[in-house]
Design a binder for this molecule. Sequence first.
Ligand SMILES: *Cc1c(COP(=O)(O)O)cnc(C)c1O
Length: 732
Amino acid sequence: MTTHNAITPVQELKQKLPVPLQRLADLAYNYWWSWSGDRASLFQNIDPQEWEKCGHNPVTILKLAKYERLTQLLEDPDFLKQMSALGQEFDDYMNPTETWVSRVAPQVTKEHPIAYFCAEFGIHESLPIYSGGLGILAGDHLKSASDLGLPMVGVGLLYRQGYFRQRLNRQGWQEDYYVDNIFHEMPIELMKDGHGHPLTIELEIRQRMVKVQIWRAQVGRVSLYLLDSDREDNDPIDRWLTGHLYGGNQETRISQEVVLGIGGIRALKALGIEPSVYHLNEGHAAFCTLEVARQEIERTGKSFYDIEATVRQKCVFTTHTPVPAGHDVFSSDLMDSFFAHYWHQLHLSREQFLALGARRLGDPWEPFGMTVLALRMCRTSNGVSELHGQVSRKMWTVLYPRCSENEVPIGYITNGIHAPTWTAPLMADLYNQYLGEDWKNRAVDPQMWAKVDNIPDRELWWRHQILKERLIAYTRYKVRKSRLERGEEEHRIQAVDSLLDPNVLTIGFARRFSPYKRAYLLLQDFERSLRIFGNTQRPVQIVFAGKAHPADEEGKRIIQRLVEWCQHPALLRRVALIEDYDIYTGQKLVQGVDVWLNNPRRPLEASGTSGQKVCFNGGINCSVLDGWWCEGYQSGLNGWAIGEDAHTSDQELQDRIDSESLYRLLEEEIVPMYYDQDANGVSHRWVNMMKASIKTNAPLFNTDRMIADYVSQVYVPEISASVQPILAKVKV
Ligand SMILES: *Cc1c(COP(=O)(O)O)cnc(C)c1O
């Protein structure tokens, strides 16, 4: 088929490398390395300093590697051995004889994969096209799909500048800035046609034709296709369509959602991929249902209403937002200007078309809702935790006038995390030793996790101490860097050396700083917080990280209050804030903290996943009973619940109740338990709870369990009877 022997980026990189090192290029272009047992060490060894500088990008490392260094590596038997072992492991991973999916759901084939659409994907810090929870979940979804052998392709956007970057000025005010992604230095490949030209698709946006090209990132066995409008033959304005994640105004937003939804379906067609299921992860991608319909109408000549059921049969939807205001809606003016040419192609009138996104039919002022469209056009819909399913059913009863709240057809599949990505290598070693080398393949097995009891208390405690020391070293490095960049005084730079102490009980708090996450809750009673954190006998320390959306002034004020708190003389060594939260910082945090604090205003946390990551690393959750924690928490056993079940709609009162509860938990339970240490400095009561946290949560809140649920309940529901239900509360 190829008339031009277009050379792929992998081949190009190989040509640069001496023959014995060419395997490195295969490894560099597949993100599998980032969750392999080796993690980064192979690439990092090539040039540790450059590795830090380039943001952990293996392609850059290999491209920049000097001839002398490569020659050295050729003569380094350890390096060659490490490389060939990893290469072998990679080949085995990519070509398995059998997988979980080939056993339980052989009807999902490579020829007709599941197509997973999302506006953001958090695969790795070197591919910065994510903002937070939704993207990380999507990344973990693809990784577990790959591990379990589920034929899947991802569809998203390749943002020229990704999400905004954060730095704080001397007043503690967040400044936003953007950094260009250099696509040809990233581990992604531009898709070409048979003539060696970029493969493109066309879309009509704002009365102009826009050409979009397609890149591929390889995530194990899963291909992630990313759309990019930054082409010279586009109008300069249209080149910025895929410029920023969640930037711009409503018009940018709808344009991007047209590229993702309609463009995504066209891209799959251009690539010759015919999915069996389209999974819309959040409403952003809902326009894809219209394009599936349009292509079906074009193929069959039938009417929209005749093919509607066929489309629904192929589309499934996951909703993530528990507040009405969080769902994308577009005014009918905006819809007119973007879709006037399109509804004719669906053989629909304007009114019929707009009705697809209207909550209430017949109201001409009703805006067009992406969630509404998705709920209407998908065969199944689900929330991301049990509580969130309930909240979603209530929120969307209006769409199902014949249903009572409980009958609204929105179920739930609770989110999880990809264990190999988030478990620190030091903990993974321990699991290899005590749970068995294949623990990663058996993450859903409670009996396997029960063997955590065999780990000697001291061993678990000291491993976790080392992870905490690493978090502290990393925090100091980041804080020093920020202070230097702000030009702070010498004594402030030097003070970083005594910031945080590995012998002190350490709390982590990292997330988007939107007001509902209530980062200020700890400061409700300033004096009391000083007594807890500034205590000289049994001190407590905390590390914060997170961004406020550029338009969120209140979120920025919360950050500023935290910065002021950090600077209180009694807390200088006890409170730290790491700027520019990303996956790497996230890993360090969830791996190194003793306690993960999460105190959102209930029920606004749809699921939350950070606290799940913490469990795999022996951390313990202290959280409001919201999202996944409602399902995970077992009183007195595996963590703490802030405010227990006391709920009121009076926000100020709720804040008072919850902060009082949080202070009380810290003062009466958490601090005393942590410092109840034996002569060797080990708290056995604490280790007991660490073990319970792992044993009860790890088998449930991982993405292997989640993917198994999606396969048996959503993607291939006909097999549900034959797949053992894995989600059953684990009792110890
Ligand atoms: C896990 C993770 C999130 C999700 O955070 P939640 O507050 O638990 O939803 C966001 N950002 C990063 C970098 C993460 O690693």
